[in-house]
Design a binder for this molecule. Structure first.
Ligand code: CDP
Length: 203
């Protein structure tokens, strides 16, 4: 069984997916972390983030570890996870995510993982796991999302809101609800409220 949880930037996908996966007793995978890892490795190597042939050779030893408590991404023996949510990765990731070669690489990593699992991202329900029986898509207004993310980032709410709106625009191509996804506006709900809505729909 595969459950897909897609949604816009900072809609709470990771926390919700982790909670749903723990309640179900299955792993969850965060596809965004793989796009972030490619971005970080490209920035570190000084490579043009729009240059897929230059990025792909950096990825040979990248591995996603789908821990229930929070996914980790490794490059050989180096744990990249703590560096994946910096503002410079936030800013560059949509450029990397627009590259078809990189999307194919991420998709292959995800499809190699054994089910059951909860998969979280932008195109899990539409593209990576189109036959998943349970699909959800999380939304919230840009302001609500910026207020949430301000608790994780040392920036003010208007700056975060502007960056989120720009990332939504850049991600439009790959971020649409699957026709059979249930869309949940998380604005009025607590984290537990969103998790419970999904768990109720699964029963
Ligand atoms: O939750 P937030 O949007 O901040 O981050 P994320 O889920 O880690 O995704 C980071 C970026 O990766 C997104 O802005 C997209 O550009 C890209 N992404 C994607 O294109 N497709 C996915 N399935 C997941 C992420």
């Amino acid at each position: 069984m595969i459950v897909t949880i897609d949604g816009v930037a900072a809609s709470g996908k990771s926390s919700v997916s982790s909670g749903v996966a723990q309640a179900l007793g299955v792993p969850y995978v965060s596809s965004g972390l793989l796009y972030r890892a490619v971005t970080l490795l490209g920035l570190t190597a000084g490579v043009d983030l729009a240059d897929a042939p230059a990025l792909l050779p950096l990825l040979g030893e990248v591995r996603l570890e789908p821990l229930a408590s929070g996914n980790r991404v490794w490059n050989a023996d180096t744990d990249l996870t703590a560096d994946l949510h910096s503002t410079r990765v936030d800013t560059g990731v949509s450029v990397v995510a627009a590259l078809p070669e990189i999307r194919e690489w991420v998709d292959a990593q995800l499809r190699a993982l054994p089910a059951p699992l909860v998969a979280e991202g932008r195109d899990m329900g539409t593209n990576v796991f189109p036959h998943a029986p349970h699909k959800f898509y999380l939304t919230a207004s840009a302001r609500v999302r910026a207020e949430r993310r301000a608790r994780e980032r040392p920036e003010d709410i208007p700056a975060i809101e502007a960056a989120l709106t720009e990332r939504d625009r850049l991600d439009t191509t790959q971020s649409a609800p699957a026709p059979d996804a249930r869309v949940i506006d998380t604005g009025p709900l607590t984290l537990q409220g969103v998790i419970d809505t999904i768990l109720t729909a699964l029963h």
